[in-house]
Ligand binder design. Structure first.
Ligand SMILES: Cc1cc2nc3c(=O)[nH]c(=O)nc-3n(C[C@H](O)[C@H](O)[C@H](O)COP(=O)(O)OP(=O)(O)OC[C@H]3O[C@@H](n4cnc5c(N)ncnc54)[C@H](O)[C@@H]3O)c2cc1C
Length: 424
């Protein structure tokens, strides 16, 4: 028998693979609801991660975790909106989160800080978090049910086992369970690559745009500029993979030549100095065919990933984690509803994801005006045109849009009642 953590079989209600925003949110809330949760995280936090600009939807799960005051106290930069050099408008245009309603701001943050804050909170709420722990495989029984995982601990010999009623994969793009238990569909329209670095001594955008994210299109791609702290900006360039591979320039050289085409971004950087080397990542959107199966379920990038054009990743991951924690809480109390409850979670999540991805796909057509993009958002999340189209646009890119309300408002009571009636 494989060695376990404690020398005996380790049994939990839930095992969460990965302690990023999706895993830590799910684990923290499940612990708060009184369940025994094990989180296995491959790295030791704080660890670097890209994804530094947040949208207001993230504030819903952060409030549930009791973290909003700590985010403010940490000095994260408040983000009230965005400035876009995009489409065929002659001048840059802005959006403000206040137009979208109830949550007027989010934050820009170094992910090492944010992710540590959430993972520490999961610990504080009662989750057992083990870092330097790499999950290798699911334990699959003869009937196909996943009942646990096998993992290794950095610096120690042997493969260990842990078991639980349910295994949640929040391992991000590693897709530890997804790659073994389901198929992935890659989105060829959003097959991109990103290269980024950091600058010191940057100028801010003027006036009300002070803390906006800047998104500036160029001939072959687009740049982000995110104000982090003390004059430091994160600056990244995204282009299609075929453009990058068809060019005789390296990604870094492409970054440097394309940046000369920008206007607003060059204003920000005119007295700045590059303060870090370049990093790059594949930025290819995908979705897993199934988000759950017998004894397992996916959340965050482990389930689906969409291009970062609107900084939706962390909000999607944590909103889905919040929803999943409530669904799993009900499943642990009423195990017979597992399949139907996870079906509902998956459909709501896929709908939410689909809305955002459709919008991002449409937004990549840069031949249009901002009015077109507003109407596109309205067609997706408010087809009856109850709101002004600009409001629909901001709601969608805030992660707080119409159909998406279902993601964090799943009612499972009919499943529980029906089962009770049948048993009677
Ligand atoms: C270029 C780029 C720019 C982006 N910009 C933004 C942005 O501005 N705003 C935004 O919101 N999002 C952005 N994103 C997306 C964002 O980074 C992700 O959506 C977000 O990190 C998802 O959180 P997660 O918890 O699902 O996954 P992750 O944050 O990736 O966490 C997964 C965790 O699982 C751990 N893990 C992996 N394998 C194992 C294993 N075998 N065993 C144990 N642990 C494991 C990892 O170490 C990691 O800590 C960007 C993405 C890219 C590629």
């Amino acid at each position: 028998m494989s060695p376990t953590l404690l020398g005996v079989t380790d049994e939990f209600d839930v095992i969460v693979i990965g302690g990023g925003p999706a895993g830590a949110t799910t684990a923290g809330l499940l612990s708060k609801y009184g369940h025994r949760v094990l989180v296995l995280e491959r790295e030791r936090f704080p660890r670097y991660h890209i994804g530094e600009s947040l949208i207001p939807g993230v504030m819903v799960p952060m409030e549930e975790l009791g973290l909003t005051e700590r985010m403010e106290a940490k000095g994260f930069e408040r983000k009230y909106g965005g400035t876009l050099v995009w489409g065929n408008n002659e001048v840059p245009w802005n959006f403000s989160f206040t137009t979208g309603g109830k949550i007027p701001y989010a934050y820009h943050t170094r992910r090492a800080d944010l992710d540590t804050l959430i993972l520490d909170r999961a610990r504080e709420l009662g989750a057992l978090v083990i870092e330097d722990a790499t999950v290798k495989d699911p334990i699959v029984e003869d009937d196909g049910r996943v009942t646990g995982i096998r993992y290794t601990l950095r610096g120690l010999d042997g493969v260990r086992e842990a078991r639980a009623s349910l295994v949640i994969d929040a391992s991000g793009q590693a897709r530890v369970l997804g790659r073994k238990l389901t198929e992935v569909t890659w989105n060829d329209q959003l097959r991109n690559v990103a290269v980024w670095t950091y600058y010191d001594n940057c100028h801010r955008l003027p006036g009300d745009e002070w803390s906006n994210i800047l998104i500036e299109g160029t001939q072959h791609g687009w740049f982000w500029a995110i104000p982090l702290d003390k004059g430091v900006f994160s600056v990244g360039y995204v282009t299609r993979s075929d453009v990058a591979s068809g060019s005789d320039k390296s990604l870094e050289d492409l970054f440097e030549s394309e940046i000369t085409q920008t206007g607003k971004l060059q204003d920000i950087l005119k007295d700045a100095t590059q303060a870090a080397g370049y990093r790059s990542a594949r930025d290819w959107s995908y979705t897993n065919e199934r988000f759950h199966g017998n004894g397992w379920v996916l959340v965050g990038d482990a389930a689906a990933f969409v291009d970062p054009l609107f900084s939706t990743g962390v909000a999607l991951a944590t909103l889905a984690g919040s929803t999943l924690s409530k669904v799993v809480d009900q499943i642990l109390k009423n195990p017979e509803i597992e399949e139907k409850a996870l079906d509902r979670y998956s459909s709501a999540y896929q709908d939410f994801f689909h809305d955002i991805r459709s919008f991002v796909e449409g937004f990549y057509d840069r031949s249009k005006t901002k009015g077109y993009y507003f109407n596109l958002a309205q067609d997706i999340n408010d087809p009856e045109k109850k709101n002004d189209a600009q409001v629909d646009f901001v709601k969608l890119i805030s992660g707080l849009s119409g159909r998406a309300g279902g993601l964090f408002d799943l009612d499972l009571s009919d499943l529980i009642t029906n089962t009770a009636t049948t048993e009677d």
